[in-house]
Design a protein. Structure first.
Length: 266
């Protein structure tokens, strides 16, 4: 039932906003989507190293019965069907510049004024990194996506989309935003680098002592993202985005600070 409502509310919410365009003076419309719209229901292509997703990739799905799919795919389906409503509107209103921002997995700690999670179920995708350092029962999460991005770069993409040039008629402005690809082995190796150890130790943090052995890591996605359109339209190069190493150095100490204040919820 929850999955059904997820798809229904996403579609109805998107359509409500699109309906408001009629007779309006709006010149630009930016939709937050996800790279998840590229994935097939069985997720098989994400484990194929020859798979490359770019702005031309479309999932063939038009509608979905959420009861026949796992919850995570019901979420993805809501993104797919909402984006297709968006693209239909782009055909209907050629005077409006439509842009779809498609981030990979979004990580970062919370802004100062944002409500801080009260338990380990609330940190959204951040919980997959915290699981790696949970005291006493650290383990690799069964979360396969290896591409990640900092929310600062996702926000930057949205802002730049408000002034980015329109593409020639008929071309869809679907912009992938990613900070890079991080394997579990890469992450554990980075945490063991002396410079990293020093930085974390300066904040009183010992993460290596908590981390599970990399040999226990489940398989990760192998696809690659081609964000060349994002670079050409908005000047955002992947190598200039916040790196996965910087994301780890931000998140792990913040998570360990958080657990000190919320030990009762662990």
């Amino acid at each position: 039932m929850v999955e059904e409502l997820s798809v229904q509310s996403a579609n109805e919410g998107t359509q409500y906003l699109l309906d408001a365009l009629a007779g309006s003076s709006i010149k630009r419309f930016v939709l937050t989507a996800s790279i998840g719209v590229f994935f097939d229901p069985d997720f098989s292509s994400i484990f194929d190293e020859t798979t490359v997703y770019d702005h031309n990739t479309w999932n063939p799905i038009e509608s979905i019965d959420p009861r026949k799919h796992i919850p995570s795919y019901a979420y993805i389906a809501s993104k797919i069907t909402s984006e297709k409503l968006f693209c239909n509107a782009a055909e209907k209103y050629p005077r409006i510049d439509f842009t779809v921002i498609m981030p990979s997995s979004v990580y970062s700690w919370y802004l100062k004024d944002h409500p801080i999670p009260q338990n380990t179920d609330e940190p959204n995708v951040n919980q997959f990194l915290y699981q790696l350092i949970r005291p006493n029962d650290a383990s690799f999460p069964n979360y396969p996506l290896a591409d990640l991005v900092h929310n600062r770069d996702v926000a930057k993409a949205h802002v730049r989309a408000l002034t980015a040039p329109a593409l020639p008629q008929g071309q869809k402005k679907r912009l992938i935003v990613s900070g890079g690809y991080m394997t579990r082995a890469d992450m554990i190796a980075f945490l063991k680098v002396p410079e990293t150890v020093v930085k974390l130790s300066a904040r009183g943090r010992d993460i290596i002592g908590r981390s599970p052995p990399v040999t226990t890591a489940p398989r990760q996605s192998l696809f690659r993202l081609d964000a060349s359109l994002t670079e050409s339209v908005m000047g955002m190069k992947k190598e200039n985005n916040v790196s996965w190493q910087e994301i780890l150095l931000e998140l792990f100490p913040a998570m360990m600070d958080w657990e000190k204040e919320h030990s009762q919820s662990l």
